[in-house]
Write a protein that binds this ligand. Sequence first.
Ligand SMILES: Nc1nc2c(c(=O)[nH]1)N[C@@H](CN(C=O)c1ccc(C(=O)N[C@@H](CCC(=O)O)C(=O)O)cc1)CN2
Length: 283
Amino acid sequence: MAVIMDGKVAAQQADQEFAMRIQKLKQQNIIPGLAVILIGDDAASQVYVRNKARRARKIGINYQLHRLDRGITQEAVLQLITQLNQDTQVDGIMVQMPVPKQIDANAVMNAILPQKDVDGFSFANIGRLWGNAAGNFPATPRGVLRLLRDYHITIEGQQAVVVGRSDIVGKPMAGLLLKNNSTVTIAHSKTQNLAQVTQQADLLIVAIGQAEFITADFVKPGAAVVDVGMNHNAAGKLVGDVDFKSVKQIAGYLTPVPGGVGPMTITGLLEQVIVLAEQRATL
Ligand SMILES: Nc1nc2c(c(=O)[nH]1)N[C@@H](CN(C=O)c1ccc(C(=O)N[C@@H](CCC(=O)O)C(=O)O)cc1)CN2
């Protein structure tokens, strides 16, 4: 029976560590600043942004939310980003995804100064990840790595399979695992014999957006399985991409949904903001 990797507990522990790091920064008169831009009224995004605000404020981050109307023009969003780029009290800027159709997500993400791009979604930071340079990297993969480490799961030298190739999760997850010396395979919707591929994985990271798709027969006995999915099943219940009930019987470690990767995504974001503020303190 798998050990359940509790993202809520790991996130609480991380917040304690972050609060101490921020106390140190405050002694140098530095308060980490995070600006979040939320465009429109997507219900899930509002929940995520609220959770970020609560945790950020609790640990002492100066959090500002810029709520923009669903019909706002791209030009107005870019203007706000320019303002925030120039604000010396703002260490990190992020635009909550998804954005409405009239907004070009790539243009917006690349307008953020690479050093303030806390999401690590700009082409500059993507290049830094794959160029093996220091940079800002996306929150979910950062949070996943931290959770694996918290549970003392070996990453180096392990066979890692990432199912999903999104820009937000799949690709950066693969990049960070490679940076940490895993042997990485990316599988996706066109991968043939998917179960044969996933059965090789010591670390199986699933981000495909299909409710309870990965069942026990996709999993190597003893593997660490990380479920990044968030879907509503036919009964309206929030479930992951992994069939928790069957996979729990065979995996060595498994994340639940909710309470697994979700809270660690916010941890990944907050940590990146603090790192940027710590860098500001050395200037
Ligand atoms: N600019 C970004 N947009 C989005 C990102 C991102 O990293 N950057 N990731 C996701 C949303 N997200 C953070 O922004 C996020 C998703 C889920 C959770 C979370 O805590 N989930 C809970 C369940 C919440 C619920 O009940 O619905 C859990 O899994 O326990 C936090 C953050 C897309 N957009």
